[in-house]
Every structure is written in structure tokens, then in C-alpha cells.
Design a protein around this ligand. Structure first.
Ligand code: GLY
Ligand code: MN
Ligand code: MN
Length: 503
């Protein structure tokens, strides 16, 4: 038995010498026509410049991450780390194991670092280019081979797409080992364990003291870099919301089927997923399709319940487009197209809370003022209905109150972008306590959740859960509602549903 045969898994048939000689022959040469430049590529250089300016003289390593095993030899669909996508413009499933490196450049290459003057960084995208057809990868590598996963890019093709100088991944260890005695380095350490280990080893042998906190600070910076979206990003967010509208319409139009077939929540999830994959890259997060009392479980993603005529269904769903920007929209809809008086009572309260939140979402306000505006309206309604056991002001007291949170325990807003909870590593002073500025994209998503088991709630309202969520761009004037194509007012929802259901 040959050495290589001993390594073969028990399902693989060994390749004969005749096959190995035969397989590279008589293929049409690869086209010399270069793929189109990614639309994002015109915007990524400015983002990399901002990173470069923040860390003069340091090597900066941003891995895409690798494929993750789902079970045995099948992987999850690949999605690059958001910072990698932001700085390279690569979206969809590109590019497993790739690494963006920003290497510091010095005008004076003398040995004395004191004399060297920082001159920014040079960016290189390291990735695994497709192997020639003479390489066993072509036919024998189920993860990367052309016969298994399709034609992947050459170095020149990836350069044409991204506008970045590219190099083979095999060159990366040597590149990361160069000049380690004279420059510091940072890595996004949560993405690629092997690379992080290598970087830690290289930095440990470095004479410069290494403190892993520098990596955490680097991730914070990369997260804060996305707080304000550029024109391209806002365009992508609008596309994501438009595709999400199509998905919501298809789901609502199919409610009668969902009721009839049973497991209607799954039907809704599936119909939306169809449109997410058709119009975009995927859903931006696990869809929440929560009928009746399930709406009161905030992250109800099991979605295995029935849809019943007369119930509400809370649908929290967003399409992620190919550039990986995602919408995050919630509508709570009457399954049969008409709200009951009790449902409408809760719905209108949430709508009033959302309207107050959107009104507060203005440049110059703090992020938490949006929540403050919404939650006050929620508390006022709970009080007016006799549910809140204390006054509105007592409940809103941040230190000694909070009783209203029993019925809305989550925040009203988060930043939205490449991640559904975008910029999550940003410092508190730039996020929760930060000032809203034009170009920020946030959700406004208050809710009221009356569990069927909550004895403090009037019986007619038990089991009703409502959330309304829209995606907002902060401007220098009125807030821009990217998801406004989907109706919000109860009457408008009913009219929209009548159109979709033909009733
Ligand atoms: N869909 C998750 C969220 O609304 O934050
Ligand atoms: Mn959200
Ligand atoms: Mn949501």
C-alpha cells in the first residue's frame, strides 16, 4: 500500500497513476478576461486608510476566518468576519482562510527604528488562489478543488475584483515573521485560532512587550469604524430593506397556506428564506416567526408552531444582500388580516412608542434617548391600563424602578449594518451614551409582551405580544425610514393584507 493510500478515508477510492496523468489534459484554458471590480472596492481604500492612520508603524492582521464544520465532513455556508468584509469589499461566501494584512511602510529602511519615518501601510490580501489543473487540489480536494466547489479566483482575478494586491496564503507565515523585532502587531483574534496562535508566538519572541489587550482595542476600533455608513453602505441597506419587503409580502400572502398546512411558523420562515436566498445572500439572522403566545419569547427561532386564524404572528426577518448588509424588520400581523380590539389596543400602544422613538432618532441626540422616548410611551400605556404597579416616573427611575421592563425587557435600538447587531464592540461612550450622527443606521423596535401566564395582565390581553421594528438612517433632518414600504399603522396593515389576501 502506498503512503498516500494509508491516509485515505474509507470512502475514497485511490487515484491511479493513469488517472493522475490523464486528468490535467484537454481542458479549455481559463479565460483571460478579468472579473468585474466589486462595487464596494471604490470605498474600501478610505476605510483601510482610517485603520492605517489609527495604528502607525504597526502590522495589522484581519482574517476572514475559516470554514466551520457543521457535522463530520460538511461545513456551514461560509461568511467572512464583518471587519474583513468591510475592509476588502468581499461579500457572499468569500473567502475562507483569506487574511488582509496592513504592513507598515517606513521611508527610511535603516536598522534604527528611531530614524525610520512612518509612511502609512501597504495592504495585501493573502488567500488560497485556485491551483492549476495539474494539482491534486483540482480533483481531490473536496473543500477547495474546482471539481468539488467550482472555479475559484486566481491572484490576478482577486486583484481585479478587490483592487487589492494579492499574494498566496502560503506566503503569509513568512510575511508575518518579517521585522517582528522592530514593529508591533495586532490581529482580530476571535476569527482564526491558528493564525492568532502564530501571531501570539511571533509576538512573544519579540523584544517589544506583547499585551493581548492591544488586539481587543483593535477590534473595538474596527467596530467603531462602522458606526457611520458611507453612501455605498446606505445604498446596500436600502436594497436589503427592499428585498425584505418582498419577502414579507410573500409570507403574508401565504398565511392561508401556512394555516392549512400546520407548522405554519416554519412555512413563514421557509417562504422568507426562499426570497432571502433568491434576492440576496441569505437571511441576516435566524428568522423569528412567532405565532400567538410564542411572540412573547423574544428569540423564538424554533418556529415550529401552528398559525391560527384570529391570532397575531410576530415576524422578525431581514434579508442580507450579497455585500452582507442586512435589514432587520419586525411586523406583527393578524393571521386573518384583521386585528381584534384587544390586539389593536396593544398594537397601537407599541406603534405610539415606536413613533416616539423614531421622532427622537435625530443627529445630536444620544443613542439612549431613542429608547427613553419609546419606553416612556410603553410605561404610560401600561400605567393607563392599570397593569404597572407603580407610577410611570417611579417605574422609569433608572436606579430604583424598572417595573415596566417585565413587559419589554429589551432595548429599543441597535446599530445595523454588516452585522445585524453592528458595531457591538464599540465603546459605551460611542454607542449607548454616544451621540447620533448623520449616516448612522439603527433600528427602532419597541414591543409589549403579555405572556399567557402573566397574572398581572387582564385576561383579554394575555398571550398577545407585539413588536414593530424599522430600520432608520440618521440624517441632518428627518429620520429616514429605510423599511417604510412595509405599512406600520394598524389600518394600513389591514388594507395591505386585504390586498395580499384578496379579501
Ligand atoms: N432580530 C434581532 C433583533 O431585532 O435585534
Ligand atoms: Mn433588531
Ligand atoms: Mn429584529
Amino acid at each position: 500500500m502506498k503512503q498516500q493510500d494509508q491516509k485515505l478515508p474509507n470512502r475514497q477510492v485511490p487515484f491511479s497513476d493513469a488517472f493522475v496523468a490523464f486528468i490535467p489534459e484537454d481542458w479549455q484554458p481559463y479565460s483571460e478576461e478579468m472579473p468585474a471590480r466589486l462595487p464596494a472596492a471604490d470605498h474600501t481604500a478610505a476605510r483601510r486608510d482610517a485603520v492605517s492612520a489609527a495604528y502607525p508603524g504597526e502590522r495589522l492582521v484581519i482574517p476572514a476566518g475559516g470554514l466551520k464544520v457543521r457535522s463530520n465532513d460538511t461545513d456551514y455556508r461560509f461568511r467572512p468576519h464583518s471587519a474583513f468584509a468591510h475592509l476588502t469589499g468581499l461579500g457572499t461566501d468569500r473567502e475562507p482562510d483569506a487574511v488582509l494584512v496592513l504592513d507598515p511602510v517606513f521611508t527610511d529602511d535603516a536598522d534604527d527604528p528611531e530614524k525610520a519615518e512612518d509612511a502609512g501601510h501597504v495592504a495585501t490580501l493573502y488567500f488560497k488562489p485556485r491551483a492549476p489543473r495539474t494539482d491534486p487540489e483540482f480533483y481531490a480536494d473536496a473543500r477547495y478543488g474546482e471539481m468539488w466547489v467550482g472555479k475559484r479566483e486566481s491572484l490576478a482575478e482577486m486583484e481585479a475584483m478587490t483592487g487589492l494586491p494579492c499574494a498566496p496564503l502560503a506566503d503569509l507565515p513568512a510575511a508575518l515573521s518579517a521585522n517582528t523585532d522592530r514593529i508591533g502587531a495586532r490581529i482580530v483574534r476571535t476569527t482564526d485560532d491558528r493564525l492568532t496562535t502564530l501571531m501570539d508566538e511571533l509576538r512573544r519572541t519579540n523584544e517589544v512587550e506583547f499585551d493581548p489587550c492591544v488586539d481587543e482595542e483593535f477590534e473595538v476600533m474596527l467596530s467603531e469604524l462602522r458606526l457611520i455608513k458611507d453612501a455605498y453602505e446606505l445604498e446596500q441597506m436600502q436594497l436589503a430593506c427592499d428585498a425584505t419587503t418582498v419577502g414579507f409580502e410573500a409570507v403574508a400572502a401565504d398565511f392561508p397556506t401556512a394555516v392549512r398546512k400546520g407548522r405554519g411558523e416554519r412555512w413563514c420562515e421557509g417562504v422568507f428564506a426562499l426570497h432571502a436566498r433568491h434576492l440576496g445572500n441569505d437571511v441576516g439572522y435566524g428568522s423569528i416567526c412567532a405565532s400567538g403566545d410564542h411572540a412573547n419569547t423574544l428569540h423564538w427561532v424554533r418556529n415550529d408552531g401552528d398559525l391560527h386564524d384570529g391570532d397575531l404572528v410576530l415576524l422578525d426577518m431581514g434579508v442580507e444582500v450579497d455585500s452582507l448588509y442586512t435589514a432587520d424588520v419586525t411586523r406583527t400581523l393578524p393571521v386573518n388580516g384583521r386585528f381584534t380590539p384587544a390586539q389593536r389596543k396593544v398594537y397601537d400602544a407599541v406603534l405610539a412608542a415606536q413613533t416616539a422613538g423614531i421622532e427622537a432618532a435625530r443627529a445630536g441626540a444620544t443613542f439612549h434617548e431613542v429608547h427613553d422616548a419609546s419606553i416612556r410611551v410603553v410605561a404610560e400605556h401600561l400605567h393607563a391600563w392599570g397593569i404597572l404597579p407603580v407610577s410611570v416616573e417611579e417605574s422609569l427611575d433608572p436606579v430604583n424602578g424598572g417595573q415596566h421592563r417585565r413587559w419589554m425587557v429589551h432595548g429599543t435600538s441597535h446599530h445595523l449594518g454588516i452585522d445585524v447587531h453592528d458595531c457591538a464592540q464599540a465603546r459605551k461612550e460611542f454607542y449607548r451614551d454616544g451621540t447620533l450622527r448623520a449616516g448612522m443606521c439603527i433600528t427602532v423596535e419597541p414591543g409589549i409582551y403579555f405572556k399567557s401566564t402573566d397574572l398581572l395582565v387582564p385576561e383579554e390581553l394575555r398571550g398577545i405580544g407585539v413588536r414593530i421594528e424599522d430600520d432608520i438612517v440618521i440624517t441632518d433632518g428627518e429620520p429616514l425610514i429605510l423599511s417604510k414600504a412595509l405599512p406600520r399603522e394598524a389600518d394600513a396593515v389591514e388594507a395591505w393584507m386585504a390586498g395580499l389576501l384578496g379579501s
